[in-house]
Design a protein around this ligand. Structure first.
Ligand code: GLU
Length: 427
């Protein structure tokens, strides 16, 4: 069942140029070199520890049976149970899941959460599933990965294409098999099932804090500063709302259908998007393409959709002074290099979007204690943890003349390497 074979590891290590996995591995290599760590450290840290690939059969509503590929990658368990989302997207594959699980590892270490890193998913377009089909697929996927998850082993959460409904079904499937309620097996659950206040908006809230702090460090007053956001889903919408509340001006947002500008408020736009299933043609707005949105003359650009948004082709047209990565891996290495040459400050994904896993951690702690916090407590503690990480990254970048991405990776990787050294190698 568990396939941590060297064949898988080598498959995972020969990805195409600029794939998310090639990008993640080259960033790890750089961090290891900059930290002057050893080849033993590289070998230890560049290898995913457990990979499970499963076939997920789905009975469609019309009686047909289809097979989907599912994955769960536990990249690291050195600093605690592995942690990370479950993605439902037609394009996911093993390499991308390994890359995203690696990013979760550095993200949890950077924010000092007591976790390793994981990621999972099913290669399916959730928009093609009825509600009942989505439930059956989620439950079967959960039962396929059941032996390797659990509150002390590996704790899934929502990611692209999944939400609190999927987490409720995952929690139920696990609990029914255990014979009792196990709320701590997943985070991002509905509140009544042991979810945490503030989890739904947490990633966006964290993105907004990152935008505000990066602006301040650049000497720009956040009040009235302009922002364009690519994506208007679980991250982009909440970030837009929080930024508006902080007094910034969100001038453009987009979804898969394209972007809009000229709207009065994010709340009105969300209402339209909910009713119509798209942002396009929202009353009083002008349309623009996703590339036009990336190239707007704004103070801050937030890519909050999928990976590979900022590439060699799109990076040179970026006019924003600051890019805050709401999505995981939205920038390719050549896109990154162009932005660095142009003096753009990039707040990397493992810092900028860490609000989600930080509040997931709070949810897990609350589930363990059966004692639930107020929204205010969640907000204050999120801010404390994130601000500590932002300050640490910004200070290191300044002191050692590094990019924020280099500084963030170095802090995360150094913490995992240190934990490895202190635990030693068994036997
Ligand atoms: N999927 C989110 C991420 O990429 C959240 C993971 C979690 O809460 O465990 O950070």
């Amino acid at each position: 069942m568990t396939k941590a074979s060297s064949q898988d590891a080598s498959r995972a290590k020969s990805p195409s140029l600029e794939s998310p996995l090639a990008t993640a591995l080259s960033q790890l290599r750089r961090a290891i070199d900059q930290l002057k760590l050893s080849e033993n450290d590289w070998n230890t840290l560049s290898t995913p520890r457990r990979i499970l690939e499963v076939a997920v059969p789905l009975r469609r509503d019309d009686g047909r049976v289809e097979m989907y590929k599912g994955y769960r990658v536990q990249y690291s368990t050195t600093r605690g149970p592995s942690k990370g989302g479950v993605r439902f997207h037609q394009d996911i594959d093993l390499d991308e899941t390994v890359a995203l699980a690696m990013l979760m590892t550095w993200k949890c270490a950077l924010t000092n959460l007591p976790y390793g890193g994981a990621k999972g998913g099913v290669a399916v377009n959730p928009k093609t599933l009825s509600l009942a089909e989505n439930e059956r697929l989620t439950r079967r996927y959960t039962s396929e990965i059941l032996p390797i998850i659990g509150p002390e082993r590996d704790i899934p959460a929502p990611d692209v294409g999944t939400d609190e409904r999927n987490m409720a079904w995952m929690m139920d499937t696990y609990s029914v098999n255990a014979g009792f309620s196990v709320p701590g097996v997943v985070t991002g659950k509905p509140i009544v099932l042991g979810g945490s206040l503030g989890r739904t908006s947490a990633t966006g809230d964290g993105v907004a804090i990152s935008v505000r702090e990066a602006l301040k460090l650049k000497g720009i007053d956040p009040k009235g500063a302009t922002v364009a956001i690519q994506g208007f889903g679980k991250v982009g919408y909440w970030a837009a709302l929080a930024l508006e509340e902080m007094g910034l001006k969100v001038v453009a947002v987009s979804d898969v259908s394209g972007g809009v500008t000229g709207f009065k408020s994010v709340t009105d736009l969300q209402k339209y998007a909910k009713e119509n299933g798209t942002l396009s043609n929202a009353p009083g707005t002008d349309g623009l393409t996703n590339t036009e949105l990336l190239h707007l003359g704004v103070d801050v650009l937030v890519p909050a959709a999928l990976s590979d948004a900022i590439t060699e082709a799109t990076a040179s047209g970026i006019k924003a002074k600051i890019v805050v990565e709401g999505a995981n891996a939205p920038t390719t290495p050549s896109g990154d290099a162009i932005m660095n040459d142009n003096g753009v400050i990039v707040v990397p994904d493992i810092l900028a979007n860490s609000g989600g896993v930080i509040v997931s951690y709070f949810e897990w702690v609350q589930d363990k204690q059966n004692y639930f916090w107020s929204a205010e407590e969640v907000k204050t503690n999120l801010s404390t943890i994130l601000m500590r990480a932002i300050t640490e990254v910004a200070d290191k970048a300044k002191d050692e003349k590094l990019t924020w991405r280099e500084a963030a990776n170095m802090i995360g990787v150094a913490r995992v390497a240190q934990a490895h050294r202190l635990r030693g190698l068994y036997p």
